[in-house]
Design a protein around this ligand. Structure first.
Ligand SMILES: Cc1cc2nc3c(=O)[nH]c(=O)nc-3n(C[C@H](O)[C@H](O)[C@H](O)COP(=O)(O)OP(=O)(O)OC[C@H]3O[C@@H](n4cnc5c(N)ncnc54)[C@H](O)[C@@H]3O)c2cc1C
Length: 699
């Protein structure tokens, strides 16, 4: 099937049981925590556009069955948008699958590797955002976001009306669908430890998940994937223990790597592959292979294997030897098992991630050296006989790790879907399988779209901004604001804010990364994250030209014309009498080139006649602002040098500064070089340059 853009209605068809019932998943591939969140938000967004937006009934309620990551993400979006939500979860806590799991790490973008996007540790979601961490900590981050939304909706409105009902530890017994006065209403009958009850809703979202892995319940000693185990520790009693890892999917392979590699971590492995000096073209080769495979709809199952085999063989030796030099467990013996008799047929690009396929290809190649081998065939458990592989008993005392994927059909209680619903489920399955997309789950919204739905009163465009970036910049801007207050013994009217350059879907913007600080109280979070087109106003001038600007209203005969030329408006931008502006760009060299981009721009504005009016020299306000900014640049550079702070290394198109003054600035020394004109100093511009990065995003 072609990968054309689906309309909202077409997209919803992939998940629609009937007009008022939708299922998040469950036959599509790409079932990671992050992708389930994107899927939940895609469905919410499409439902909002096609149905929810038009609903005026204040009692309209969305019922969500399942409090895993998909259910809770959908619920958060619906609550943020102001709908009533009833959330049913059969366990006593949300996200119980991953809750308390300390042995697994979850990364939102690892599956993108070797694409650079993988290096972004943030999910970058407008609700329930999280950062790469252990599963238990990711759960904590998501639940913190959930609590924030709950607090927000609780404090909304004078009546304190609370539009969320949470029903935990519930056993749903029946779902009835009635049509009253042309309106569909569901009656959900359930039992909790408090007894029986019935709850009504108008739209029903099934977020019951993909189920638990098949076969785990029979293997008494194999914990399910998200339960804590001790595979990453050495066996205390047996001299050599045989582990049979059954299932060449991501789950099985992760366990195999944990059994073999000391302190298995993706960071370490990717560092070995990416930063090797001997084979600098390896990453490019891998990127090419992944692209070729994904663009070939008909690529046979063994395509990964074939393409890896064609690569320069010395790559493998190098990677294996480097991993081995960091430490491999040799005390255990591992059999890797899957149905196919031939290992070549197991590296199915539709089922496993590129990184895992590449690593296991290498490990099997050097298997003899590390007690690892592939044993194809059917592994079954028979009562009284134990595990049999191709009909023969497995070695005595083997430890079996079953990773066969989940039973998706079995994850939904049959009474939820019966009669015509049952047929719809089959249709969904067919449609999802037909729309196979290599597990790629594309966002159908931009952060700005969803933020605007969640808070239409904000009335401006907002884009994603991670908290770490904002926190670091805020400490500088608030510090500068206090220095300025201290500098002026009389109360001065002014405000300061910092902006960064961003690039979203092919467009340049600048984004406010701090609140305004100054003579008025900080304006809370309302201005953080808002974006403006890159050439707007005096801040935009500094982003596009890379030069500071100073505009003193009372000295400008053509002030109004100047404001208009910069795209500002007196009303919108609150420009009253005697407003003056100063902007100072912080540059960064563009990688591999001598040209620069304006990474950040500091803006200081005042409505005080005399704010910028101090004598040229060392002790004036502009010198103070420059000195403080140099301190900020020095701090960031220092932390980066000592690896205490990391900047995102993402694909980002920097807007290169053009160094040209627009014509309306010509002839005015303040614009030619305001810093020199006012301070009398030639500031060392190289000191206002950040290091070798241009996307100011602290990760
Ligand atoms: C072996 C394995 C390895 C994985 N590895 C990773 C990984 O490394 N990284 C990653 O991101 N993802 C991984 N995943 C995928 C991840 O587990 C799923 O994407 C995620 O859990 C799906 O979220 P969900 O909310 O759709 O379903 P679930 O997390 O299954 O949540 C469904 C919820 O619905 C509830 N529920 C079910 N039926 C009912 C009912 N009748 N009434 C009320 N409540 C009900 C359940 O109790 C549960 O809380 C892995 C999955 C498996 C099986």
């Amino acid at each position: 099937m072609t990968k054309r853009e689906l309309t909202d209605r077409q997209y919803l068809q992939l998940f629609k049981i009937n007009e008022n019932k939708y299922l998040i998943g469950i036959y599509q591939d790409g079932i990671t925590i992050h992708k389930q969140q994107i899927r939940a938000l895609n469905i919410f967004h499409a439902l909002y556009n096609t149905k929810l937006k038009a609903i005026k009934d204040p009692g309209y309620t969305i019922g969500i069955i399942g409090g895993g990551v998909a259910g809770i993400t959908f619920a958060t979006a619906a609550l943020e948008a102001g709908y009533n939500v009833t959330l049913f979860e059969k366990k006593s806590i949300y996200l119980h699958m991953q809750f308390g799991c300390d042995i697994r790490k979850i990364h939102p973008n690892l599956y993108e590797w070797p694409d650079r996007r993988y290096s972004n540790p943030y999910a970058e979601l407008p609700v329930l955002d999280w950062k790469h961490d252990s599963a238990s900590n990711v759960v904590k981050q998501i639940l913190r976001g959930w609590e924030t939304t709950k607090k927000k909706i609780r404090s909304k409105g004078p009546t304190g009306a609370y539009n969320l009902i949470e029903i935990l530890s519930c056993d749903i017994k029946s779902i009835e669908q009635n049509v009253v006065k042309n309106k569909t209403r569901f009656q959900i009958k359930y039992e909790t430890p408090d007894g029986w009850a019935v709850s009504g809703c108008d739209l029903l979202i099934f977020a019951t998940g993909y189920g638990v892995e098949r076969g785990v319940e029979e293997a008494a000693d194999t914990p399910s994937y998200w339960r804590n185990d001790y595979y990453a520790q050495i066996e205390l009693h047996a001299a050599t223990k045989t582990y049979i890892v059954s299932g060449v999917g991501d789950g099985g392979l992760i366990d195999l790597f944990r059994l073999k590699i000391f302190d298995f971590s993706y960071e370490q492995l990717l560092d070995i592959i990416e930063n090797n000096r001997e084979y600098p073209d390896l990453l490019r080769e891998l990127t090419r292979i992944k692209k070729e495979v994904l663009s070939d709809e008909k690529a046979p199952v063994n395509t990964f294997f074939r393409k890896f085999s064609d690569l320069n063989q010395s790559y493998y030796k190098y990677i294996f030897e480097t991993i081995a030099s960091k430490g491999l467990f040799l005390d255990n013996e591992i059999w890797l098992n899957d149905l196919s008799m031939d290992f070549e047929q197991t590296l199915d690009h539709k089922k496993i991630s590129f990184l895992h396929a590449f690593l296991i290809f290498i490990f099997i190649r050097f298997g003899k050296r590390i007690n690892l081998s592939y044993h194809g065939g059917l592994l079954v458990f028979e009562k009284g006989k134990g595990y049999l592989l191709n009909g023969k008993p497995v070695p005595e005392n083997s430890f079996i790790i079953i990773r066969h994927g989940t039973n998706r059909d079995g994850s939904i209680p049959s009474f939820y879907f019966s009669g015509s619903n049952d047929a719809s489920l089959k249709v969904i399955k067919e449609r999802q399988e037909k729309y196979y997309n290599h597990g790629v789950v594309v966002r159908r919204w931009s952060n700005a779209d969803l933020i605007a739905i969640f808070n239409p009163a904000l009335n401006k465009r907002y884009e994603y901004l991670n908290a770490a970036t904002s926190v670091v910049c805020t400490s500088y801007v608030s510090g500068l604001s206090n220095l300025i207050k201290n500098y002026y013994t009389e109360k001065a009217n002014f405000r300061v804010a910092l902006y960064r350059q961003i690039y979203v879907r092919g467009e340049y913007f600048f984004q406010q990364v701090t609140s305004y600080f100054g003579s008025e109280k900080p304006d809370g979070n309302n201005s953080i994250g808002q974006v403006f087109t890159i050439d707007r106003g005096n801040v935009g001038q500094s982003f596009t030209t890379g030069r500071p600007t100073l505009i003193l209203q009372k000295e400008e005969q053509h002030f109004d014309a100047l404001i208009r030329a910069m795209g500002l408006s007196k009303d919108l931008d609150r420009i009253k009498a005697d407003k003056s502006f100063f902007t100072l760009p912080i540059l960064a060299p563009v990688k591999g080139s001598r040209i620069a981009a304006a990474n950040l721009v500091l803006s200081v504005e005042s409505q005080d006649l005399a704010f910028f009016e101090t004598k040229p020299g060392k002790d004036n306000i502009i010198s103070l602002i420059i000195a403080s900014t140099l301190g900020f640049v020095e701090t960031i550079s220092h932390h980066i040098k000592f690896n205490e702070l990391k900047m995102a290394d993402l694909d980002f198109e920097p807007l290169v500064v053009n160094n040209k003054l627009p014509p309306y600035f010509h002839g005015n020394p303040c614009f030619e070089d305001p810093c020199k004109a006012y301070t009398g100093l030639e500031p060392d511009k190289s000191k206002l340059k950040l290091g070798n990065f241009y996307s100011f995003s602290i990760i």
